[in-house]
Design a binder for this molecule. Sequence first.
Ligand SMILES: NC(=O)c1ccc[n+]([C@@H]2O[C@H](COP(=O)([O-])OP(=O)(O)OC[C@H]3O[C@@H](n4cnc5c(N)ncnc54)[C@H](O)[C@@H]3O)[C@@H](O)[C@H]2O)c1
Ligand SMILES: [Zn+2]
Length: 427
Amino acid sequence: MDDSDLLRNFWGLQTMIPQIHDGQNQPLAAESAANQGHTYRQSFAVRYDYDVIFTRDVFEPDNAALRDVVGDDREGGVPDLAVFIDAGVTGSMPGLPRLIESYALAHRQRFRLPGSPTVVPGGERLKNNPEAIRQIQCQLVESGIDRHSYVLAVGGGAMLDVVGYAAATVHRGLRHIRAPTTTLSQADSGVGVKNGVNFMGKKNMLGTFAPPYAVLNDSRFLESQPRRECVSGLAEAVKVALIRDADFFVWLERNAARLRERDPSTLSVAVRRCAELHMAQIANGGDPFERGSARPLDYGHWSAHKLETLSDYQLLHGEAVAIGIALDTRYAVQRGMLAHGCDARVCGLFETLGFRLWHPALEMSDATTHPHPVLNGLSEFQAHMGGRLTLIMLSAIGRAIEVHEIREDVMLEAIGWLKQRETAAVM
Ligand SMILES: NC(=O)c1ccc[n+]([C@@H]2O[C@H](COP(=O)([O-])OP(=O)(O)OC[C@H]3O[C@@H](n4cnc5c(N)ncnc54)[C@H](O)[C@@H]3O)[C@@H](O)[C@H]2O)c1
Ligand SMILES: [Zn+2]
């Protein structure tokens, strides 16, 4: 038995030790072989499963959803559950921290709170605030929780991103349960596998891929969110319908007026279908951790992310996404990829839902970086992903294609078209 047989037998390790030969095709002596280096192919697969539970009044003591989620792995006794709540949510539901404490008391055999729920300011400002992020990490460390503990975040997409990031980094990853409280977070970000915080003026520059332990989508929160947030999140529903599901797009058109009025049952259907489509893309799209160059779920996002920063976050994420989608849809029509009339149809849906498809950031100019800073979003998108520029465009409503080149002159014409529409609307 030679050295390589020994290694192969140890734990059954599959090595790629080459049979090394000298010029006369004879095996080399052991010392010279040792100098040649070896390549071991390490290989294992990790499966992720998590439940996305649609429920109502999740913190009423008789609702078993959270109890069952934390109670399904009780190795080592009763686990801790650290709770963080978005201040926007407690603003509209002041009794929520007490309700969660009562819930914990009722289910004390399953989990315990290491302290009272922590209320943190929500919204994009939190993602822009490294000190607030650090404080959440400090609090997790100080609470003494371990890798069998859970971190529950109740809030909008921004707050879930921050707490998710903190939970993914403390102890190299705690079990993160999300209870999203906005249209966008229940339909999109909350059911996905990423988190991110803004860094050096760039959206989501720091972050991790960290699938949640479970997601609790409580329809009660959809009713307490501000109207602007509610509408803003619907941009992600339009997005995923446009790239994956033409029937859903037609359904959105038929129900746009009801959605604008925040009719609870219509909103629940839209959120659920949107979440399903996002989950299907992550599970079946072949690239859940985005190692390739394409991001189908980021249709319209190359300009949206740029517009968010250029507008100094006056535009909400969904509002910027709606503009980004309108822009790319018009561009596709101008380039002959998409049938005439689809641009007006998509814009019409957004407008009925209550979106405005223009922002002055679209025509900002800056001689030092790019005469049209919004177009810098293209190179920033590519720099983030690496590889060659890959953007999603539409070839039909419900069908996406990839493109690798953008004509800036045509994109500027598309911006001009949006401005013309806006001007016509206000006259
Ligand atoms: N990680 C991802 O995969 C991913 C995907 C898409 C978007 N995002 C991120 O999500 C963020 C946007 O999230 P959002 O649209 O949920 O907005 P948001 O989190 O910014 O919340 C908006 C405001 O609503 C308040 N709020 C939230 N829920 C409330 C409720 N039920 N009642 C009253 N007030 C409430 C918040 O305090 C905040 O002031 C962006 O930062 C975006 O980048 C992340
Ligand atoms: Zn988005």
